[in-house]
Each structure stands twice: as C-alpha cells, then as structure tokens.
Design a protein around this ligand. Sequence first.
Ligand SMILES: [Zn+2]
Length: 139
Amino acid sequence: MQILKKAFGEYATNCYILKGEQGDLVIDPGEGSFDWVMQNTGKIAAVLNTHGHYDHVYDDAKLQRMGAKIYIHESDAFMLRADPFETMPESIEADVLVKGQEQSLEIAGFNVKFSLFAGHTPGSCMIEVDGVIFSGDVI
Ligand SMILES: [Zn+2]
C-alpha cells in the first residue's frame, strides 16, 4: 500500500492518501488539503475521519462533492452538521456512520477497522487500514 502524507492548517494536521486499485482512501482532509488530494488521486473511494474536529474534516464537503463517501463515528457526526465553534466552511451529512466500540469494514478493497477511543471527542477513533494505524489526536 502506497501512503502519501502532508500536513495542513494552523495545527499542521496530517492528511493521508492511501492508494488503492479500486480507488483511494483519504484520511483527515484538513484545511486546504483539497488541491493536494486532487493532484494526487485518480479516484477517491472514501474519506475516513478519525474524529470531527474541524482541522481534520475541513475539506470533507469538497471531497464529498467529488464522489467520496464520508465516514465518521456516529458520536462525532454532529460536528459535521453543526460546528459549535463556527470554524467549518459548511455543514454536511456523513455518508456512513461507524457504530459501537469497534467496526470492521471493507472499503474499495481495503480492510478498515475503526476502534473507538472516546475522550478527545465523543467519537474519536483509531483507524487501522491493512495493518497500518492512523491515530488522529488520540495519542
Ligand atoms: Zn482533535
């Protein structure tokens, strides 16, 4: 699996692109990541959000319009809809809500596992993709 990484925004939040044959996964597209993502992907299958803080989901809406399915834990879905700090450019609905303590999914040929580590936000997750862990702000 080829992984691309770049930091965006005032918190230098890491955005990742995981290249796959059936489409790419994007993890935590922060503020200003859209252009970089579009330059480095052919087809985006999904956007996986470790949690709902704006610096991790800022460009979700733009990528959703490009056809990407948005994944986030159900306990953080409210952050995409209504941002209490008014830091998000627009309000969106996630396409897939991850539920419970642990959920395994097959997305575009990748084996994806969300594990809930509530605390940083109610729905903060570690996301494991084909054996590689993306921890967001959990650690
Ligand atoms: Zn955070």
